[in-house]
Design a protein around this ligand. Structure first.
Ligand code: SF4
Length: 388
């Protein structure tokens, strides 16, 4: 195995762990480390890291838990990430005993809002934060409001852990996450410019693993991976270049991405785990670092279905993504029962039709074990484009 293959395998193994196991793995390098779970799509990891905690991506349990307790507290028509996240609290995986200080949710949808309340009620001794992100980022008032909200988060977290979170520490964490985002976007750019040197399933595993590690441990890994990829010879194959859109919150099973690729799609861009690579520019580390993070959220964020985009329609963002990545088609892959994705599907479909961009809609959930039917569907779609 080459160094790059070992790194990818390590990342694939890491994302198979439950949050408590991932924190335990991080403790091998950082004894006594405690964590704060971050429900997608976005909360500032820099503030959490500056508090001396590991910001850990809370993407549900990925099919590794039976959601028996959570099922009794939720309706059946709820996305799987919400159910399995609650199960993680109810079964004690996310608990103070396992090293967690708490969790942060944000205002992405009604499900996340309710989930945060249900978790608070069922885990009363846990610090649960709900970040009220602005619904309209384009107004004058949004700047002050978002800054106040980010400052409130910092103050509440500091109170919960019983120690201050200093500007200096946040500035240092910003520098670290700027570097991390820079490397991840370099990986994305590498896939776009030299497709065939890294599969998206592997890229996805690497990005997801980054949410299960301390950034200072992740950065050298990604640097080593990039160094090897730069020397790789691309594997050429007949495929259709696609953008994968819709999985901005719940993460699809990695086998689903494998299936899309083996069915003849070359994924050129995607919105997987987008909250952890949200900003297109570095966040300034000077001045008021918390205000800088709030401003970056308002002015430098990628578009997602859960964020109103400075008055710019999200359909424009999707068209730009298709154009920039030289994609021929779009696969709209959303979590089952994900309302924001379903609402955007109507808009996206109409826009793609207007621009004669072929598209295919698929749905996923955590507990998907067979992908044969989906693979056949995608194969039919790609063949219709390749042999048209
Ligand atoms: S998957 Fe969709 S509906 Fe479920 S929590 Fe995420 S954004 Fe909300």
């Amino acid at each position: 195995m080459t160094t790059g293959e070992k790194i990818i395998q390590e990342c694939r193994d890491l994302i198979e762990l439950l949050p408590s196991q991932a924190l335990l793995a991080a403790r091998q390098k950082h004894p006594g480390l405690r964590g704060l779970a971050v429900f997608p799509v976005y909360a500032p990891p820099e503030v959490i890291h500056a508090a001396g905690l590991m910001p850990l991506g809370l993407f549900g349990a990925g099919g590794k838990l039976e959601t028996t307790q959570a099922d009794s507290r939720f309706q059946s028509f709820i996305c799987s990430i919400a159910k399995s996240t609650l199960e993680l609290f109810l079964c004690g995986d996310l608990s103070p005993e396992n090293g967690f200080e708490g969790a942060v949710f944000s205002s992405i949808c009604d499900v996340a809002r309710n989930l945060s309340s249900v978790v608070s009620r069922n885990a009363p001794d846990f610090y649960i934060e709900y970040l009220h992100l602005p619904q309209n980022a384009a107004t004058e008032a949004a700047r002050d409001y978002t800054r106040r909200e980010f400052h409130r988060f910092r103050a509440n977290l500091a109170h919960a852990i019983g120690r201050p979170i200093t500007d200096e520490a946040i500035a240092e964490s910003i520098k670290l996450y700027n570097r991390l985002r820079e490397l991840v976007s370099e990986l994305y750019e590498h896939r776009r410019v030299r497709p065939g040197t890294i599969r998206t399933a592997d890229l996805f595993a690497v990005v997801m693993a980054g949410t299960f590690m301390m950034p200072e441990d992740f950065i050298p890994m990604i640097e080593a991976l990039l160094a090897e990829l730069r020397t790789c010879v691309p594997v050429q194959r007949d495929s259709v270049n696609v953008v994968l859109e819709g999985a901005f919150c719940e993460a699809p099973p990695i086998d689903l991405i494998d299936s899309i690729e083996s069915a003849g799609c070359q994924i050129m861009d995607d919105d997987l785990a987008i909250g952890w690579r949200l900003f297109s520019r570095d966040v300034p580390a000077t001045g008021d670092p918390v205000a800088n993070l709030a401003d970056a959220y308002l002015t430098s964020s990628a578009y997602t279905s859960v964020r109103h985009n400075n008055g710019q329609p999200r359909t424009k963002g999707l068209l730009q993504r298709v154009h920039d990545s030289h994609a021929d088609a779009v696969i709209l892959a959303s979590a089952k029962f994900c309302e924001p994705a379903l609402l955007d599907y109507v808009l996206f479909r109409r826009t793609l039709d207007e621009h004669d961009i072929p598209h295919l809609k698929i749905e996923f959930e955590e507990k998907m074990w067979t992908f044969e039917r989906l693979r056949n569907e995608i194969e039919t779609f790609t063949e219709s484009l390749l042999f048209d």
